[in-house]
Design a protein around this ligand. Structure first.
Ligand SMILES: C[S@@+](CC[C@H](N)C(=O)[O-])C[C@H]1O[C@@H](n2cnc3c(N)ncnc32)[C@H](O)[C@@H]1O
Length: 252
């Protein structure tokens, strides 16, 4: 069961039963359908049952929107890249402590940063890890190079960070889930899946841990209406449409 009370399951399509069994044993998640089910087949996908609604989540780093953004966004056009790079002339190394669907990590890796990303939810982490492995089979050398800059894994950053030496990376990036405004239009379907599977409003504990371990700074992505993480005033802010990036100096 996930932190939000959602039951978790794994199903192997015909021909993929063994792969599903191994994953089930590895993650200690039962085989069979649940509120959130990871379907193991040629391309993996996650299904979420919410009342009468069924939401599907898949990830693809070699095609679609992310691929387009990788090819077409020049320099620091992506706001997350602009926030993380700041005035740096060489690519900063980054720890993305709230990896999620690895979109921000992917864009940062595409800008040349060496990125290590960590995601606490086992099914999200498994889905994204497989999508990254699938993308690595692409014969596009530019995509291969991006993927060599991105290391994504399953784990809890609140447990990982205290074990790291100060300065183990230049920048620590945080994008914890924040509850949507009750009046807001429904968020996109993939974000609905993330919201159902992971607790919102958490992440306060990550800020002091990140500030103690980042070599240069901590960047926090927030919805523009949200208070700063841990109610801690940032030293600078970078507005970015419906979001903003709060910038914190290190604090040891
Ligand atoms: C809003 S999503 C991040 C989206 C991500 N920036 C992207 O581009 O796809 C927040 C994610 O952080 C993860 N998370 C929250 N606290 C975490 C922690 N302590 N360690 C690892 N992951 C965490 C949640 O499970 C969720 O998937």
């Amino acid at each position: 069961m996930s932190a939000t009370g959602c039951t978790l399951g794994i199903i192997g399509a015909p021909g993929f039963e063994r792969e599903a069994e191994i994953l089930s044993a590895l993650l200690a998640i039962p085989l069979g359908e649940a509120d959130a089910t990871l379907y193991v087949e040629a391309t993996w996908w996650l299904q979420l049952r919410q009342g009468d609604e069924t939401l599907k989540l898949s990830a693809d780093f070699a095609h679609g929107q992310l691929d387009w953004r990788r090819k077409h966004s020049s320099g620091k056009a992506e706001p997350v890249v602009k926030a993380v790079w700041g005035r740096a002339n060489t690519p900063p190394s980054v720890f993305d402590a709230t990896g999620g669907l690895a979109r921000d990590s992917f864009l940062l890796a595409a800008s040349g940063c060496q990125v290590q990303a960590m995601e606490q939810h086992p099914l999200i982490a498994a889905l994204i890890d497989k999508a990254l492995q699938d993308a690595a089979l692409s014969d596009d050398p530019a995509l291969q190079s991006v993927l060599q800059h991105l290391h994504y894994g399953h784990g809890n950053s609140a447990e990982f960070l205290p074990l790291q030496s100060p300065g183990f990376v230049d920048v620590i990036y945080l994008d914890p889930m924040f509850p949507p405004r009750p009046s807001a239009a429904k968020v996109k379907k993939d974000m609905q899946v993330l919201q159902a599977l992971t607790e919102t409003g958490l992440g306060d504990e990550l800020l002091p841990l990140a500030r103690a371990k980042a070599g240069q700074k901590v960047i926090v992505k927030r919805p523009s209406y949200a208070p700063p993480l841990a109610n801690s005033k940032p030293s600078a802010q970078l507005p970015a449409g419906l979001n903003r990036f709060d910038i914190y100096p290190t604090q040891r």
